[in-house]
Design a protein around this ligand. Structure first.
Ligand SMILES: Cc1ncc(COP(=O)(O)O)c(C=O)c1O
Length: 376
């Protein structure tokens, strides 16, 4: 059994994917160009933003978004400690400071009360807070309206890290289009994945879109004329072709993912009620980039080892909160700084999840999980 079975997906879509790749090779336009533009147009229309800009990865997209808002060394960006490293890494790369806010254990996203407290404390201390960077973790949106409201009052930019939530609905609107800037990732295992790295930045601001287009090609406006320091952060055409081919099936895949999640939740509720399945908050849909359960009682690692012995792959998203990563030791935030994030890091376990897993395979996973709980 695979954690994400990209082979099965390829077999289903091969007829669309193969000629799409071949067409790029035939046209020899490998960097940016027509296919990237076509994808940008299609995804901007899907999300409902005025602009979409293809970038080299989700990480590049986050970095470019912060560069586009002229984030300066010493300035601060509020974010969550319970995410993939890239979210906080890009802040540190620009020599700005990530300020963490603990999570709401229900949806693993930034807790709103703590957000307000932290913002007030940082402002009182005279810090230059510039942005809030919530993460729509595991496939459902953070509390974007409330976050936007808090940000508007304080004059901050909101950047949604939507690397796991492309396609998720929030009060009838789409993830990536809910704040000043939204970024997604086409990492191969994401719900809409390429066959290599890729990402997309979404915005309604013509200035932001224009700046990101310029910054993704070394700050170049005209050929070999560099207005400012940028990066090589372009989406390549073969990846765009793969994403575009898969996009034709995306809504169908999302429905399948939701059915898979429903089946897991129903089986878990029936067989192992002591395990907490993921909760989808009201007025939201979940694209289940991960189907992540919580295993309390300090059993998680033993359960994961048991499942591995049974041939069932699992993953931990994420075992070490960002503030406890060696890379961020200079922030001086040790254990106990963000108790909810630390607790979640010790309890979460992601189960095999993709649109093509069969119900029989899901039953094998849940039965093994049930035995693991009883025997560990
Ligand atoms: C929450 C989050 N942020 C950022 C990223 C970075 O995306 P990429 O791997 O495309 O650089 C990822 C992808 O793994 C992610 O899950």
């Amino acid at each position: 059994m695979k954690f994400v079975d990209l082979g099965r997906q390829y077999q289903r879509y091969k007829e669309k994917i193969d000629p799409a790749i071949q067409e790029v090779i035939n046209g020899s336009q490998f960097i940016l160009g027509k296919t990237v533009e076509e994808l940008e147009t299609a995804l901007a229309a899907y999300v409902g933003t005025d602009y979409a800009v293809g970038v080299g990865s989700g990480t590049d997209g986050l970095l470019l978004a912060l560069m586009a808002m002229h984030l300066k060394p010493g300035e601060e960006v509020i974010t969550t400690p319970f995410t993939f490293i890239a979210t906080a890494e890009v802040i540190a790369l620009l020599k700005a400071r990530p300020v963490f806010v603990d999570i709401d254990p229900k949806n693993f996203d930034i807790d709103l009360d703590r957000l307000q407290d932290t913002l007030a404390t940082r402002q009182k201390a005279g810090a230059k807070v510039r942005a809030i960077l919530p993460v729509s973790l595991y496939g459902q949106c953070a509390d974007m309206d409330e976050i936007n409201e808090i940000a508007a009052e304080a004059g901050l930019v909101v950047i949604e890290d939507a690397c796991q939530s492309f396609g998720a609905r929030y009060k009838g609107r789409m993830s990536c289009g809910l704040s000043d800037i939204g970024i997604t990732s086409f990492f191969p295992s994401k719900p809409l994945g390429a066959y290599g790295d890729g990402g997309m930045v979404f915005t309604d601001s013509p200035e932001t879109a224009e700046r990101i287009r310029c910054l993704r090609v070394h700050g170049q406006k005209a050929r070999y004329r560099h207005e400012e320091i940028g990066i090589n952060g372009r989406l390549d055409a073969i990846q765009a072709a793969v994403v575009l081919a898969k996009f034709a099936y995306f809504e169908e895949e999302l429905r399948a993912r939701q059915e898979v999640a429903c089946h897991y939740t129903e089986l878990i509720g029936r067989i192992i009620p002591e395990i907490q399945p993921p909760m989808t908050m009201p007025e939201r849909t979940n694209v289940y980039a991960q189907y992540t359960v919580r295993i309390p009682g300090g059993l998680r690692d033993q359960v994961a080892s048991f499942l591995k012995r049974e041939g069932i792959p699992t993953a931990i998203h994420y075992p070490v909160p960002i503030h406890m990563q060696p890379a961020f030791k200079d922030l001086g935030l040790g254990a106990g700084s963000f108790p909810e994030a630390e607790k979640a890091a010790g309890e979460v376990l992601s189960l095999p999840m993709h649109a093509f897993i069969t119900s029989e395979e899901q039953e094998i996973v849940v039965n093994a999980l049930s035995r693991a709980i009883k025997e560990t």
